[in-house]
Design a protein around this ligand. Structure first.
Ligand SMILES: [Zn+2]
Ligand SMILES: [Zn+2]
Length: 152
């Protein structure tokens, strides 16, 4: 498994949704690298492949109205209620990091892809190039919390 600590940064990033009514400022600790997930929930929510990067809650300021969908009993998925841009995935059980969609932050363009999970579920149109670490559904679910019945 990739040691994400080598990608941890302290700094500023600004993001916004498509319509601009939600803005997100990160000022402080975040991971300047992206992970991708092909699970059925992420595929359906994103429309293709979900990718995100972590930011510490205390570093995050969200401005504007946000809709939150409880996609499981341990996580929420947030989006702009006006334009529908996806904003973040977050484990809501504790004070967990935000997992932001990199595409809403111009400053994230250079973040490398460092992990890809549910690789055996990736559809043909969403194969990601690179030699980053990859995990199958079974490999991921053996060590991580997941939602039962992950079928497309
Ligand atoms: Zn919007
Ligand atoms: Zn997923």
């Amino acid at each position: 498994m990739t040691d994400i600590s080598v990608y941890r940064r302290s700094g500023d990033l600004s993001g916004r949704c498509l319509c601009g009514s939600v803005t997100i400022e990160i000022s402080g600790s975040h991971v300047a690298a992206v992970g991708a997930c092909h699970c059925a929930m992420c595929r359906r929510w994103s429309g293709m492949v979900m990718s995100d990067f972590d930011a510490a809650p205390e570093a995050v300021t969200v401005t504007g109205k946000v809709s939150r969908y409880a996609s499981s009993n341990f996580a929420e998925r947030a989006f702009c209620p006006t334009c529908g841009s996806h904003l973040w995935f977050r484990d809501t059980r504790d004070d967990e990091p935000y997992e932001f969609m990199p595409g809403i932050f111009a400053g994230a363009d250079d973040f490398p892809l460092i992990s890809e999970i549910y690789i055996d579920r990736a559809p043909g149109y969403a194969r990601l190039a690179g030699d980053h670490p990859k995990k199958t559904r079974a490999e991921y679910e053996a060590r991580s919390l997941f939602v039962e019945g992950d079928d497309p």
